[in-house]
Design a binder for this molecule. Structure first.
Ligand SMILES: NC(=O)c1ccc[n+]([C@@H]2O[C@H](COP(=O)([O-])OP(=O)(O)OC[C@H]3O[C@@H](n4cnc5c(N)ncnc54)[C@H](OP(=O)(O)O)[C@@H]3O)[C@@H](O)[C@H]2O)c1
Length: 305
């Protein structure tokens, strides 16, 4: 089968190549999915799980692209809950090969049914940002209606989901990002916007929850804005700062069938909008994932037409 592979961590996305790889087999509890569309998160090539297995052995060449949508083509021994021919979407285990390929083997529990009225391209764009936002806001951040959320990178993949889900939950959302993204963040539902280059972050006053996707100095400055009892939630690695009287939580997203169902239902009924900036074929994926100009929103690879 055709797949995008990486072998050299130092090369970053420039080291991606289109290669021929063996078709994966379904292990116990797995399904094989014929991939229709898949998404890639910029941080994947920095995560150790892309390069080594759980015993720290080299697992290259690896196939990146953790989020995908497609059709089940085979079931492994003992696999329950999904059928051959079923439309599915979900998030692969980061230690296994991903979805930038014609086929992927994935544990059935990491997938949810994809309703027939949701396009594969949209389905592939939801698992990573949707689950990250859901788990960060509701499981780790314990968001309540009436609280305020500082949503960093609010026009980006994760940030636009954070903004929409927090608004729906009854929060007041202050989005941040580049000056050029102000209108996009407001369109996703942010009630205020802070341009991180030109506005003063401290002017937002106190917030109950910071959802950090950037880290570094911006994370440190944000921690100081958190009210007593509030939470800094970050997906940019171990927190470098803590609120004076609150929690700091970093986490790595996990697939969750029930949460995928909640997310896709919101897309169907219009409460949630995908944030797709570019769609390319698998043949053009290396170029599309190495853009020469800034793309706002996700790049989705349409593996089958
Ligand atoms: N731990 C986990 O489970 C997990 C899950 C998902 C994602 N992540 C990580 O979360 C991060 C965000 O992912 P994403 O897919 O949402 O990326 P994304 O789509 O690129 O969104 C990030 C947004 O933040 C903006 N931004 C970044 N640095 C900024 C700065 N210094 N000032 C102003 N704006 C800035 C970006 O603008 P520009 O494009 O102009 O930089 C972009 O709009 C990545 O590092 C990813 O690896 C972690």
């Amino acid at each position: 089968m055709k797949a995008i592979v990486v072998t050299d961590q130092a090369a970053g996305t420039a080291g991606m190549t289109l290669a021929e790889r063996p078709e994966p087999q379904a292990a116990i509890n797995d399904v094989v999915v014929g991939v229709h569309a898949s998404g890639f998160t910029s941080g994947e090539l920095t995560w150790p799980s892309t390069w080594t297995d759980r015993l720290d052995r080299d697992r290259t060449p690896s196939i990146p692209g953790q989020e995908l949508a497609g059709v089940v083509t085979a079931l492994g021994y003992g696999t329950r809950g999904l059928s051959a021919g079923q439309r599915v979407f979900g998030l692969t285990d980061s230690y296994r090969d991903g979805g930038l390929a014609e086929y992927v083997a994935i544990e059935a529990r990491n997938l949810a049914p994809l309703p027939g009225d949701v396009d594969f391209t949209v389905g592939a764009s939801l698992p990573m940002p949707g689950l990250t936002a859901w788990q960060g806001l509701f499981e780790h951040g314990r968001l309540q209606a009436g609280q305020s959320v500082l949503a960093h990178g609010a026009a980006g993949s994760v940030g636009s989901m954070v903004t929409q889900l927090a608004r729906e939950a009854g929060a007041y959302v202050i989005g941040t990002g580049r000056a050029a993204d102000r209108q996009k963040a407001l369109d996703f539902g942010a009630q205020e916007f802070v341009d991180l280059d030109d506005d003063t972050l401290a002017d937002v006053g106190g917030v109950d929850l910071v959802f950090d996707v950037i880290g570094g100095d911006i994370q440190k400055r944000s921690a100081g804005l958190i009210r007593a009892g509030g939470t800094l939630v970050t997906v940019a690695g171990p927190p470098e700062a803590r609120p004076a009287d609150g929690l700091a939580v970093d986490f790595v997203v996990e697939s969750d069938r029930a949460q995928l169902g909640e997310i896709v239902q919101r897309v169907r009924d219009g409460r949630l909008r995908a944030n797709i900036g570019n769609v390319a074929t698998l043949d053009d994926a290396v170029a599309a994932l190495n853009p020469t100009e800034r793309i706002s929103g996700q790049t989705i690879i349409r593996v089958r037409p």
